[in-house]
Write a protein that binds this ligand. Structure first.
Ligand code: ATP
Ligand code: MG
Length: 559
């Protein structure tokens, strides 16, 4: 798939290009990213962010950040701050200061009065349930409210009364007067304002009436001079209403136009804020920034580089129909990026002691080891090698199964960047578990090759016991066992993987003392691991080394 200007454009970019060519909007391009500050951003939002900011960038337009903060019940300034921080981390820069739909409450109110004056809005005294019942349904007629034909005077008076606190919460709403028989349900006299005596995170108790999403969104776009209002497909049905409102107002700018694209869905992942919140509330994860969360903060703690997220989003492209992308594709972009940038280090996750019985007592040899073979500039480091080492428990078998080529009594293997060693005997505990493997090493094989040309079938990583640091290393499997958690109305939480996280007490080579918070390194043979952002004693497995995506593609081709 090709991306970017000049290559094959997606349909949204094609539209923007055509609008520029036809001088629509005077050649201007302005998009926006409009989050509601009621939760943290997730990878789906990242898609919308890279699309909106990407288009502004590519077509020399602008893209401000606007908080759609019309619902005081669920919104909070803490979310505002977190969203600003996450957007910065994703590497895009909003145009100007952040804006807020709540900054426009005054203008929205005036425009509502203007619609009332035109006979296009009315105050309804019915409760929410009645209004909802009267809406009817597809192929079912709507029922007009008995209050629908109030005079302009009466409506203005009542609407001002709503604003001024003369009525109880929920006792009246303002509705647009459109068409109760419209095929499009959104045109059946939608609610524009509700009375709610709930303090707002920015306007405090200044307002007790709050605009609905539909009344606020398009008008906020227009106030800001948005040209291309890009949103997800579920808003396609709202578009006639978006246009209806704008066409009845005296706008300061050209009428913005809404275009919808398919949301990003990922296998083994949920993006619903409600489900993510319940994971946090039920303690299934440690918080919104748990490395297992598909949130921007979670991915950050997990060690996903923003460049990889962006490359993934570009690759997925912009579609007109919803689909679900395999999470392995995202992981593959993460791995590709980290392969270029991550330093190689040695760590042992499940340590087993190895003693070299012919090693000179107390001797330490410093091995000069390459930091990243993909990046010669990254240089080398000194790694201490001694007669007492840690290796992985999995790298030794007393009774090896067929085709097991790693260490086993009598067999010679290579310790990476060091020597050939041969296992001679083991020490077991009272339960018969091997707790130590005794080996001899061949001093002629320093650096990992034998002068007589003899070969070994496996190479293993190791850490010198006397020099080893300790850390907690968290390994992650899929948080949801189902590829499509929650599909067909199932409870997504029912498919939570109880073994999603495994904790190891690992041993680390000394160079890992210098790792920075959030830095990702490759533990040789094991995968990529991110140093925790806050706790220097914790690492998270970002992604393993095997390219599962390539395997899936091969299987698809074969099948
Ligand atoms: P809610 O489920 O609470 O409505 P939301 O996920 O739609 O939340 P918003 O804060 O309203 O969150 O979204 C901000 C922008 O991000 C919107 O333009 C929305 O369409 C877009 N967006 C949200 N989820 C996705 C997704 N999965 N893929 C692409 N864009 C998304
Ligand atoms: Mg939304």
């Amino acid at each position: 798939m090709e991306d970017g200007v000049g290559e094959s454009l997606d349909f949204v970019r094609e539209k923007v290009r055509d609008d520029i060519a036809s001088d629509r909007f005077g050649g201007r391009v302005q998009t926006r990213f409009p989050p509601e500050p009621n939760g943290y951003l997730h990878i789906g939002h990242a898609k919308s962010i890279y699309l909106n900011f990407g288009i502004a960038d590519e077509f020399e337009g602008t893209c401000p950040l606007r908080f759609d903060d019309t619902n005081p019940e669920t919104e909070d300034t803490a979310f505002v701050d977190a969203i600003i921080e996450d957007i910065e981390w994703l590497g895009v820069e909003p145009h100007g200061e952040p804006r807020f739909a709540s900054d426009y409450f005054g203008q929205l109110y005036d425009w509502a009065e203007a619609l009332i004056r035109k006979g296009l809005a009315y105050v309804d005294d019915q409760d929410a349930e009645t209004i909802s019942e009267q809406r009817g349904g597809f192929g079912q007629p709507g029922i007009e409210s008995p209050y629908r034909n109030r005079s302009v005077e009466e409506n203005l008076n009542l609407f001002r009364g709503m604003r001024d606190g003369r009525f109880y919460d929920g006792s009246k709403v303002l509705r647009a007067k459109i068409d109760m028989q419209a095929d499009n349900m959104w045109l059946r006299d939608p609610v524009m304002y509700r009375i709610r005596r709930i303090p707002h995170h920015r306007t405090g108790s200044e307002w007790i009436i709050y605009p609905t999403y539909d009344w606020a969104h398009g008008q906020s776009d227009a106030i800001e001079g948005t040209t291309h209002s890009i949103c997800t497909l579920e808003f396609a049905d709202h578009r006639p209403l978006y246009d209806w409102f704008l066409s009845h107002l005296d706008l300061p700018t050209d009428k913005p136009e809404q275009t919808e694209f398919a949301r990003l869905n990922l296998t083994h992942t949920v993006m619903s804020k409600r489900v993510l919140r319940s994971l946090v509330e039920h303690g299934q994860v440690s918080g919104w920034d748990d490395p297992q969360m598909p949130t921007v903060r979670g991915m950050r703690r997990r060690g996903y580089p923003p460049a990889a997220i962006r490359a993934f989003v570009d690759r997925v492209g912009v579609a007109k129909t919803n689909s679900t992308v395999e999470i392995e594709l995202l992981e593959s972009f993460v791995r590709t990026e980290l392969n270029e940038t991550a330093l190689r280090r040695m760590a042992v996750l499940k340590p087993l002691k190895v003693v070299l019985t012919n090693w000179p007592e107390g001797e330490v040899e410093w091995m000069d080891v390459v930091n990243n073979p993909q990046d010669p500039e990254s240089g080398t480091r000194e790694v201490p090698f001694t007669g007492e080492l840690w290796i992985e428990q999995d790298d030794f078998r007393l009774d090896p199964p067929p085709k097991y080529y790693r260490l086993t009594p009598g067999r010679e293997v290579r310790l990476r960047n060091a020597y050939f060693v041969t296992a001679t005997d083991v020490i077991t505990d009272p339960a018969g578990e091997v707790v130590q493997v005794n080996c001899t090493y061949d001093p002629a094989t320093r650096g990992g090759t034998a002068p007589d040309g003899r070969k070994v079938k496996s190479t293993m990583h190791w850490v010198s016991a006397a020099h080893a640091g300790a850390a907690q290393v968290n390994l992650y499997e899929r948080l949801f066992a189902d590829s499509h958690p929650g599909i067909d109305g199932a409870d997504p939480l029912a498919s939570l993987n109880p073994n999603a996280r495994e904790v190891c007490e690992a041993r680390l080579e000394p160079a890992l003392d210098d790792v920075r918070p959030g830095e990702v390194v490759q533990f040789e043979r094991l995968g990529y691991f991110a140093a925790d952002l806050d706790d220097p004693g914790v690492f998270h497995r970002t992604v393993g080394l095997r390219d599962e995506w390539a395997n899936i593609q091969k299987r698809k081709q074969a099948g």
